[in-house]
Design a protein around this ligand. Structure first.
Ligand code: NAP
Length: 281
Protein backbone atom coordinates (compact mmCIF):
# COMPACT_ATOMS: atom_id res chain seq x y z
CA UNK A 1 0.00 0.00 0.00
CA UNK A 2 1.30 3.45 -0.87
CA UNK A 3 0.06 6.20 1.40
CA UNK A 4 -1.91 9.13 0.09
CA UNK A 5 -0.17 12.46 0.47
CA UNK A 6 -1.63 15.22 2.59
CA UNK A 7 -0.54 18.15 0.49
CA UNK A 8 0.32 21.05 2.82
CA UNK A 9 0.96 23.45 -0.05
CA UNK A 10 -2.47 22.91 -1.56
CA UNK A 11 -4.27 23.09 1.79
CA UNK A 12 -2.32 26.22 2.76
CA UNK A 13 -3.30 27.84 -0.56
CA UNK A 14 -6.98 27.10 0.14
CA UNK A 15 -6.59 28.40 3.70
CA UNK A 16 -4.97 31.63 2.48
CA UNK A 17 -7.72 32.12 -0.10
CA UNK A 18 -10.32 31.76 2.65
CA UNK A 19 -8.41 34.23 4.83
CA UNK A 20 -8.29 36.73 1.94
CA UNK A 21 -12.05 36.50 1.50
CA UNK A 22 -12.66 37.05 5.21
CA UNK A 23 -10.16 39.94 5.25
CA UNK A 24 -12.11 41.62 2.46
CA UNK A 25 -15.33 41.20 4.44
CA UNK A 26 -13.68 42.78 7.50
CA UNK A 27 -12.29 45.63 5.43
CA UNK A 28 -15.80 46.32 4.18
CA UNK A 29 -16.67 46.88 7.87
CA UNK A 30 -13.73 49.28 8.20
CA UNK A 31 -11.32 46.89 9.95
CA UNK A 32 -7.99 45.85 8.40
CA UNK A 33 -6.37 43.01 10.36
CA UNK A 34 -2.88 44.08 11.44
CA UNK A 35 0.11 41.90 12.32
CA UNK A 36 3.30 43.18 13.94
CA UNK A 37 6.35 40.96 13.66
CA UNK A 38 9.33 41.77 15.86
CA UNK A 39 12.80 40.52 15.03
CA UNK A 40 15.68 41.12 17.42
CA UNK A 41 19.15 40.38 16.07
CA UNK A 42 20.45 38.92 12.84
CA UNK A 43 19.75 35.18 13.09
CA UNK A 44 19.67 34.10 9.40
CA UNK A 45 16.88 31.51 9.77
CA UNK A 46 14.76 33.99 11.75
CA UNK A 47 15.24 36.61 9.03
CA UNK A 48 13.85 34.18 6.44
CA UNK A 49 10.90 33.24 8.68
CA UNK A 50 9.88 36.83 9.38
CA UNK A 51 10.16 37.75 5.71
CA UNK A 52 7.79 34.91 4.84
CA UNK A 53 5.36 35.89 7.57
CA UNK A 54 5.22 39.50 6.41
CA UNK A 55 4.95 38.55 2.73
CA UNK A 56 2.15 36.04 3.44
CA UNK A 57 0.21 38.65 5.43
CA UNK A 58 0.53 41.29 2.75
CA UNK A 59 -0.59 38.87 0.05
CA UNK A 60 -3.67 38.00 2.11
CA UNK A 61 -4.53 41.70 2.42
CA UNK A 62 -3.48 42.15 6.04
CA UNK A 63 -1.66 45.22 7.27
CA UNK A 64 1.75 44.02 8.45
CA UNK A 65 4.58 45.74 10.22
CA UNK A 66 8.07 44.28 10.53
CA UNK A 67 10.12 45.77 13.34
CA UNK A 68 13.81 44.94 13.18
CA UNK A 69 15.93 45.67 16.22
CA UNK A 70 19.65 45.16 16.80
CA UNK A 71 20.76 42.24 18.97
CA UNK A 72 21.83 44.82 21.57
CA UNK A 73 18.22 45.92 22.19
CA UNK A 74 17.56 45.86 25.93
CA UNK A 75 14.77 43.79 27.40
CA UNK A 76 13.20 46.96 28.81
CA UNK A 77 13.13 48.57 25.37
CA UNK A 78 11.60 45.45 23.83
CA UNK A 79 8.92 45.35 26.53
CA UNK A 80 8.21 49.03 25.85
CA UNK A 81 7.74 48.28 22.13
CA UNK A 82 5.34 45.45 22.94
CA UNK A 83 3.42 47.71 25.30
CA UNK A 84 3.03 50.24 22.48
CA UNK A 85 1.80 47.53 20.09
CA UNK A 86 -0.58 46.15 22.74
CA UNK A 87 -2.18 49.59 22.76
CA UNK A 88 -2.14 50.16 19.00
CA UNK A 89 -5.66 49.62 17.62
CA UNK A 90 -4.29 48.98 14.09
CA UNK A 91 -2.42 45.91 15.36
CA UNK A 92 -4.44 42.77 16.16
CA UNK A 93 -1.60 40.26 16.33
CA UNK A 94 1.92 40.51 17.78
CA UNK A 95 4.60 37.96 17.06
CA UNK A 96 8.07 38.06 18.58
CA UNK A 97 10.36 35.85 16.53
CA UNK A 98 12.26 33.33 18.66
CA UNK A 99 15.00 32.75 19.62
CA UNK A 100 15.76 36.04 21.33
CA UNK A 101 19.28 37.12 22.30
CA UNK A 102 20.44 35.53 25.55
CA UNK A 103 20.22 38.71 27.64
CA UNK A 104 16.45 38.84 27.04
CA UNK A 105 14.07 36.64 29.03
CA UNK A 106 11.87 35.15 26.29
CA UNK A 107 9.21 33.96 28.75
CA UNK A 108 8.85 37.45 30.21
CA UNK A 109 8.57 38.91 26.71
CA UNK A 110 5.87 36.46 25.65
CA UNK A 111 3.90 37.11 28.84
CA UNK A 112 4.01 40.84 28.07
CA UNK A 113 2.02 40.35 24.86
CA UNK A 114 -1.68 41.00 25.35
CA UNK A 115 -3.42 37.57 25.27
CA UNK A 116 -5.92 39.13 22.84
CA UNK A 117 -3.04 39.67 20.39
CA UNK A 118 -1.08 36.46 21.08
CA UNK A 119 -1.40 35.04 17.55
CA UNK A 120 1.54 32.66 18.10
CA UNK A 121 -0.46 31.10 20.95
CA UNK A 122 2.58 30.92 23.23
CA UNK A 123 1.22 33.06 26.12
CA UNK A 124 0.36 31.28 29.36
CA UNK A 125 -3.25 32.46 28.93
CA UNK A 126 -3.41 30.80 25.50
CA UNK A 127 -1.91 27.59 26.90
CA UNK A 128 -4.42 27.67 29.76
CA UNK A 129 -7.29 28.21 27.34
CA UNK A 130 -6.19 25.20 25.33
CA UNK A 131 -5.91 23.01 28.45
CA UNK A 132 -9.35 24.02 29.70
CA UNK A 133 -11.12 24.08 26.33
CA UNK A 134 -11.77 27.83 26.35
CA UNK A 135 -11.53 30.05 23.26
CA UNK A 136 -8.01 31.31 22.67
CA UNK A 137 -5.21 31.22 20.15
CA UNK A 138 -3.78 27.82 19.28
CA UNK A 139 -0.08 27.56 18.38
CA UNK A 140 0.18 27.60 14.59
CA UNK A 141 2.08 24.34 14.00
CA UNK A 142 -0.19 21.90 15.88
CA UNK A 143 -3.22 23.90 14.73
CA UNK A 144 -2.05 23.37 11.14
CA UNK A 145 -1.64 19.64 11.82
CA UNK A 146 -5.24 19.50 13.05
CA UNK A 147 -6.37 21.21 9.85
CA UNK A 148 -4.48 18.60 7.84
CA UNK A 149 -6.31 15.79 9.66
CA UNK A 150 -9.60 17.63 9.13
CA UNK A 151 -8.82 18.02 5.40
CA UNK A 152 -8.87 14.24 4.91
CA UNK A 153 -12.07 13.91 6.95
CA UNK A 154 -10.27 11.87 9.59
CA UNK A 155 -12.43 10.99 12.61
CA UNK A 156 -10.17 11.16 15.67
CA UNK A 157 -12.77 10.04 18.21
CA UNK A 158 -11.65 6.79 19.84
CA UNK A 159 -8.44 6.58 17.80
CA UNK A 160 -5.02 6.20 19.34
CA UNK A 161 -2.74 9.15 18.57
CA UNK A 162 0.94 9.07 19.47
CA UNK A 163 2.77 12.39 19.63
CA UNK A 164 6.54 12.17 19.60
CA UNK A 165 7.93 15.30 21.27
CA UNK A 166 6.68 17.34 24.22
CA UNK A 167 7.76 20.91 23.52
CA UNK A 168 5.51 23.76 24.62
CA UNK A 169 5.07 24.97 21.05
CA UNK A 170 4.42 21.68 19.23
CA UNK A 171 4.21 18.39 21.17
CA UNK A 172 2.17 19.38 24.22
CA UNK A 173 -0.40 21.58 22.44
CA UNK A 174 -0.67 18.93 19.71
CA UNK A 175 -1.53 16.28 22.31
CA UNK A 176 -4.16 18.56 23.88
CA UNK A 177 -5.78 19.30 20.50
CA UNK A 178 -5.98 15.59 19.69
CA UNK A 179 -7.41 14.92 23.16
CA UNK A 180 -10.03 17.62 22.62
CA UNK A 181 -11.17 15.61 19.60
CA UNK A 182 -11.54 12.53 21.84
CA UNK A 183 -8.49 10.64 20.61
CA UNK A 184 -6.64 8.51 23.15
CA UNK A 185 -3.29 10.26 23.29
CA UNK A 186 0.17 9.02 24.18
CA UNK A 187 3.05 11.48 24.42
CA UNK A 188 6.56 10.12 23.81
CA UNK A 189 9.84 11.91 24.38
CA UNK A 190 13.57 11.36 24.73
CA UNK A 191 13.17 9.19 27.83
CA UNK A 192 10.55 6.94 26.23
CA UNK A 193 11.73 3.35 26.16
CA UNK A 194 10.93 1.39 23.01
CA UNK A 195 9.27 4.15 21.01
CA UNK A 196 8.21 1.64 18.35
CA UNK A 197 6.09 -0.30 20.86
CA UNK A 198 3.93 2.84 21.15
CA UNK A 199 3.93 3.98 17.53
CA UNK A 200 3.04 0.49 16.25
CA UNK A 201 -0.26 0.79 18.16
CA UNK A 202 -1.00 4.25 16.78
CA UNK A 203 -3.71 5.17 14.29
CA UNK A 204 -2.10 8.61 14.06
CA UNK A 205 1.53 9.50 14.68
CA UNK A 206 2.72 13.09 14.93
CA UNK A 207 6.52 13.29 14.87
CA UNK A 208 7.85 16.55 16.32
CA UNK A 209 11.41 15.78 17.36
CA UNK A 210 13.96 17.36 15.04
CA UNK A 211 15.90 14.17 14.24
CA UNK A 212 15.95 12.32 10.95
CA UNK A 213 14.47 8.82 10.75
CA UNK A 214 12.99 8.86 14.24
CA UNK A 215 10.05 7.02 12.70
CA UNK A 216 10.89 4.12 10.40
CA UNK A 217 8.59 1.75 8.48
CA UNK A 218 8.82 -1.06 11.07
CA UNK A 219 7.43 1.35 13.68
CA UNK A 220 4.22 2.10 11.78
CA UNK A 221 0.86 0.29 11.82
CA UNK A 222 -0.40 -0.35 8.27
CA UNK A 223 -2.81 2.37 7.21
CA UNK A 224 -1.82 4.85 9.95
CA UNK A 225 -1.85 8.60 9.41
CA UNK A 226 1.61 10.12 9.72
CA UNK A 227 2.12 13.82 10.34
CA UNK A 228 5.77 14.87 10.08
CA UNK A 229 6.55 18.16 11.84
CA UNK A 230 10.33 17.74 11.88
CA UNK A 231 12.63 20.00 9.92
CA UNK A 232 16.08 18.57 9.38
CA UNK A 233 18.74 18.44 6.68
CA UNK A 234 19.74 15.21 4.99
CA UNK A 235 23.29 14.34 3.90
CA UNK A 236 22.77 16.33 0.69
CA UNK A 237 21.70 19.37 2.69
CA UNK A 238 18.09 19.00 1.58
CA UNK A 239 15.19 19.68 3.92
CA UNK A 240 13.68 16.50 5.40
CA UNK A 241 11.45 15.54 8.29
CA UNK A 242 11.65 13.13 11.21
CA UNK A 243 10.06 10.31 9.25
CA UNK A 244 11.79 7.90 6.87
CA UNK A 245 9.40 9.11 4.20
CA UNK A 246 10.20 6.73 1.30
CA UNK A 247 9.80 3.57 3.42
CA UNK A 248 6.99 4.77 5.70
CA UNK A 249 4.81 5.84 2.79
CA UNK A 250 4.69 2.17 1.71
CA UNK A 251 3.06 1.24 5.04
CA UNK A 252 1.01 4.27 6.09
CA UNK A 253 -2.44 5.24 4.84
CA UNK A 254 -1.78 8.98 4.78
CA UNK A 255 1.44 10.94 5.15
CA UNK A 256 2.61 14.55 5.07
CA UNK A 257 5.73 15.33 3.02
CA UNK A 258 8.66 17.52 4.06
CA UNK A 259 8.93 20.02 2.47
CA UNK A 260 5.37 20.87 1.45
CA UNK A 261 3.57 19.53 4.50
CA UNK A 262 3.30 21.03 7.97
CA UNK A 263 5.56 24.02 7.17
CA UNK A 264 3.20 25.82 4.78
CA UNK A 265 0.25 25.09 7.08
CA UNK A 266 2.09 26.64 10.04
CA UNK A 267 2.51 29.82 8.02
CA UNK A 268 -1.13 29.79 6.93
CA UNK A 269 -2.43 29.36 10.48
CA UNK A 270 -0.67 32.54 11.59
CA UNK A 271 -2.86 34.39 9.09
CA UNK A 272 -5.94 32.61 10.43
CA UNK A 273 -5.08 33.56 14.02
CA UNK A 274 -4.42 37.18 13.08
CA UNK A 275 -7.66 37.39 11.11
CA UNK A 276 -9.57 35.89 14.02
CA UNK A 277 -7.94 38.32 16.45
CA UNK A 278 -9.28 41.15 14.28
CA UNK A 279 -12.70 39.51 13.91
CA UNK A 280 -12.99 39.34 17.71
CA UNK A 281 -12.47 43.10 18.14
P1 NAP B 1 12.18 20.67 20.70
O1 NAP B 1 11.72 21.75 21.62
O2 NAP B 1 13.63 20.42 20.52
O3 NAP B 1 11.48 19.31 21.19
C1 NAP B 1 11.85 18.09 20.64
C2 NAP B 1 11.16 16.99 21.41
O4 NAP B 1 11.59 15.74 20.87
C3 NAP B 1 11.49 16.96 22.89
O5 NAP B 1 10.31 16.83 23.63
C4 NAP B 1 12.40 15.75 23.05
O6 NAP B 1 12.22 15.07 24.28
C5 NAP B 1 11.90 14.86 21.95
N1 NAP B 1 12.92 13.90 21.52
C6 NAP B 1 14.22 14.13 21.27
N2 NAP B 1 14.83 13.00 20.87
C7 NAP B 1 13.89 12.04 20.88
C8 NAP B 1 13.91 10.67 20.57
N3 NAP B 1 15.01 10.04 20.17
N4 NAP B 1 12.76 9.97 20.70
C9 NAP B 1 11.62 10.58 21.10
N5 NAP B 1 11.56 11.88 21.40
C10 NAP B 1 12.68 12.62 21.29
O7 NAP B 1 11.62 20.88 19.24
P2 NAP B 1 10.24 21.54 18.71
O8 NAP B 1 10.36 23.01 18.77
O9 NAP B 1 9.08 20.85 19.32
O10 NAP B 1 10.35 21.12 17.17
C11 NAP B 1 10.41 19.76 16.79
C12 NAP B 1 10.77 19.69 15.33
O11 NAP B 1 9.73 20.31 14.58
C13 NAP B 1 12.05 20.41 14.91
O12 NAP B 1 12.64 19.74 13.83
C14 NAP B 1 11.55 21.77 14.44
O13 NAP B 1 12.43 22.37 13.52
C15 NAP B 1 10.27 21.34 13.77
N6 NAP B 1 9.26 22.41 13.68
C16 NAP B 1 8.69 22.55 12.47
C17 NAP B 1 7.73 23.52 12.31
C18 NAP B 1 7.09 23.66 10.96
O14 NAP B 1 6.46 24.68 10.71
N7 NAP B 1 7.21 22.67 10.08
C19 NAP B 1 7.36 24.34 13.37
C20 NAP B 1 7.94 24.13 14.62
C21 NAP B 1 8.90 23.15 14.76
P3 NAP B 1 12.63 15.73 25.69
O15 NAP B 1 11.52 16.67 26.01
O16 NAP B 1 12.68 14.57 26.59
O17 NAP B 1 13.94 16.41 25.49
Amino acid sequence: MTAQLIDGNALAARTRADVSRRVQALKARGVTPGLAVILVGEDPASQVYVRHKVKDSEKAGLHSVLERHPATLSEADLLARIDALNNDPAIHGILVQLPLPKHIDAARVIESISPAKDVDGFHMASAGALVTGQPGFWPCTPYGCMKMLESIGYELRGKHAVVIGRSNIVGKPMALMLLAKSATVTICHSATQDLGAFTRQADVVVAAVGKRNVLTADMVKPGAVIIDVGMNRNDDGKLCGDVDFAAVREVAGWITPVPGGVGPMTRAMLLVNTLEAAERT
